[in-house]
Design a protein around this ligand. Sequence first.
Ligand SMILES: *Cc1c(COP(=O)(O)O)cnc(C)c1O
Length: 406
Amino acid sequence: MDYNASDAIQDLQYFGEFGGVNPSISDSSTYTFLSAKTMFDTFEGNTEGCYLYSRHSSPSNLYLGEALAALEGTEAANVTASGMGAITAVILQLCSSGDHLISSRTIYGGTYAFLKNFLKRFRIEVSFVDITNLEAVRAALRPNTKMIYCEAVSNPLLEVADIGGLAQIANSRQIPLAVDNTFTPLSIAPARLGAHIVIHSLTKFINGTSDTVAGAICGSRDFCLALKDVNDGAGILLGSTLDSLRAASILKNMRTLHLRMSKHSENAHYLAERFEADGLRVVYPGLASHPGHALMTRQMVSQYGYGGILTLDAHSLEKANSLMEQMQKENLGYLAVSLGFYKTLFSAPGTSTSSEIPETEQKAMGLSDGLIRFSIGLDHDIERTYLRMKSCMERLDIVPVKEMRA
Ligand SMILES: *Cc1c(COP(=O)(O)O)cnc(C)c1O
């Protein structure tokens, strides 16, 4: 791949007001004009480079947006106050009452709840499909289908979407493919593979310090401007605006994203291989046993690896809960939702982040009770972590007897 996102981010150079090495933070919600005429023109969207009001745009948010556009190789990007703020703005920008959209059935619980329950208020219909089956996606198209939505690598089942294949289907109808790339920044570059819109929860890997909630929408200049249109833009009117202080702090954290992603991936890959060799049921796209392994290998930017998330089946919810409590007691990570922290985080998605999905549907998509989702941290000595995790599993009889009694 000739486009290198890390170099593109590295090359962004902004000086602060007094020659600072970081850009100044815009500490204002509103901006003065020297003439009333310029203010009017700015409202009409005719004055490039003028700031009006910070819900529309602010220097700090624009800097962060440029870094996200560099990350995804898109013309532009808008930042939002949360990942859900980005997702809901994109969907409501593209779909109106009476429209239809196609979504992967394995997606983030909040997105699922929005699509399944909330959109009913607007009579927007959603077909949930097995996104790995392109025929099923094609078959779900209707004359009023306005978009295709999926996650590059899905939460929590780690299904890998064929972004090129989905983009072709979208292009055949001239509708956009929107991809939530929260799980795999840098590893997968959806826009380079044909996606029209790329969404992130910045709360996770991109910020990486579990201190902020934020989101982003990366896409064409026209789409990003339309979201900010003062008359009918879903971004500006739904009002999910990121605060400048937070935007500035996320931008600084983005400077180390390439190092963090490589390490998260390296550690997760190591644990996945060891756990699988121990006979555990592990799901990780880097394992040859993963159904999406070949596709991911073909799609990814290899230096960043297969990502920092893996799942492990602890056989039952009781065992999963005991294991998580035990691992937390031994300081191997935290029993917490979310992902992308320096420390390993684990949770049982069936009863937490995906609890919005009814139990019967969870079963149908392969989300078992004992499933634990791990966001693997930046541990320096991952073998040490592995040995200590394994000893917790042995004590709880989760590691198959095969190896223990041999
Ligand atoms: C967390 C998450 C979201 C929601 O992001 P927030 O910042 O919490 O609003 C969306 N998609 C995925 C894949 C996520 O993991």
